[in-house]
Ligand binder design. Structure first.
Ligand code: FMN
Length: 402
């Protein structure tokens, strides 16, 4: 990608033109109207209820859960059930399902819908070797008939609840699967398709290829959600303008920056976004985030989760590097606040931290597929799923998303 590519722009230099009146329609996912057309990306270990609640307090949009494995859910695993359950005040309630067996997926969707879920997303983008090696995640769209069976099982059991799918471009540049995935999503009754413009081989490296989003948008009649490299609100408008997609999915850009959803709402309304908060305001946000995590998981587990957020929230602030070690071991909220007190609350948000990648940096991989996987692409046999509680627990640990 050339240096002239708009995605290589330095922080803040993306054309800053808020939406004009009527420029972007609300996103429609079945009966759901998402306005502005912004979706929080499902992120394992990140988009649990506390973070979704925080993002929602800043903005508007659709906030999807982290992926919930069908096997863990059906086995009644306590943590899996708790992550799927969200919170009674959460509307619309949106859950991402991970599963590779149509029977499991159908049953899980049936139970989720009975439990009041308003939207089901399906993960077909996971690039983790342990998953693709067994024919799961991003390996599934390689076999469109298997993908069809899975989407059909979910749609059939979802009734009026909309089902969407989320995919990557493909396995690698020689095995591009998103056009087939688009056809399947459309023909099996999915209400939208999200596309992360990278292959599984690319993991999170380089730049997302937005031209694949344009191509998908031109090929299908269901809404297309563009995903990849929305770091600033301006990027969302640029992606919509460049690709014609119907909505955007925002992942790493909001890690430690939940106010990105306020900025997104503002630019879609045609306003200039507020300046980012300074340290004092960020400490207040972290205080609230820690409270939500503690309420959901208890102080011990909640604060253990908060450690990575401490790193993400303070990234780039002068003086934060020195605190990093202590924040990475922090056990109580009081100690966290004491440590944060060492940074001057008047410190403004560092411009270089706006487009900084806070998770999953660099690196590519050679994607592992099961032996002989490409011999029969019409095969719709589901891959083997883990069955015993121990296998399922190991599996869930290995999964880290799409
Ligand atoms: C920490 C982390 C966890 C993720 N977990 C999931 C997941 O559970 N399900 C999924 O479909 N994608 C997952 N992803 C991928 C994101 O949803 C998104 O597709 C990707 O980060 C690209 O968007 P971005 O450039 O805005 O970050 C994960 C990404 C990150 C950084």
């Amino acid at each position: 990608m050339s240096a002239a590519d708009p995605r290589n722009l330095p922080p803040g230099s993306r054309p800053r033109r808020p939406a004009s009146p009527g420029e972007f329609a609300p996103l429609r996912i079945g009966p759901l109207v998402v306005d502005p057309p912004v979706v929080l990306a499902p992120m394992a270990g990140v988009t649990n209820y506390p973070f979704r609640a925080l993002c929602r307090e800043f903005g508007a949009g659709l906030y999807v859960s982290e992926m919930i494995t069908a096997r863990g859910y059906l086995l009644g695993n306590k943590m899996t059930r708790m992550l799927a359950a969200g919170h009674p005040d959460e509307r619309p309630r949106s859950v991402q399902v991970y599963g590779s067996d149509p029977v499991d997926v159908g049953e899980m969707v049936k139970q989720l819908v009975a439990d009041g879920v308003d939207h089901v997303d399906m993960n077909f983008g996971c690039p983790v070797p342990k998953v693709t090696r067994n024919g799961g995640g991003s390996a599934i769209p390689v076999k469109p008939r298997l993908l069809s069976r899975l989407v059909r099982a979910a749609v059939k059991n979802a009734g009026d609840v909309p089902v969407t799918i989320k995919v990557r471009k493909g396995i690698d540049d020689r095995l591009i699967t998103f056009p087939d995935a688009g056809r399947v999503a459309e023909s099996e009754g999915a209400s939208a398709i999200g596309l992360h413009g990278r292959t599984a081989a690319e993991l999170y490296s380089g730049h997302a290829d937005w031209s694949s989003i344009t191509e998908l948008k031109q090929a299908v009649s269901i809404p297309v959600l563009g995903n990849g490299d929305i770091w600033e609100a301006w990027d969302a408008l640029a992606m919509m303008r460049e690709t014609g997609c119907d909505g955007v999915i925002v992942g790493r850009g909001c890690l430690g920056r939940p106010w990105l959803f306020r900025e997104l709402a503002q630019v879609f309304r045609g306003e200039e976004p507020d300046p980012p908060p300074g340290m004092g305001e960020i400490v207040a946000i972290m205080d609230r985030h820690a409270d939500l995590l503690i309420e959901a998981f208890g102080e011990d587990h909640g604060m253990r989760q908060m450690r990575k957020w401490c790193h993400w929230y303070t990234k780039g602030f002068p003086g934060s590097a020195r605190l990093r070690g202590d924040l990475a071991r922090v056990e109580t909220k009081a100690r966290m606040l004491e440590l944060l007190g060492e940074i001057d609350p008047a410190t403004p948000f560092p411009p270089n931290a706006v487009r900084a990648n806070r998770a999953k940096r660099g690196g590519t991989q050679r994607v592992k597929l099961p032996e002989g996987y490409l011999d029969d692409l019409d095969d719709d046999t589901p891959p083997k799923s883990p069955r015993s509680p121990e296998e399922i627990a190991a599996w869930e640990k290995a999964l880290s998303g799409g």
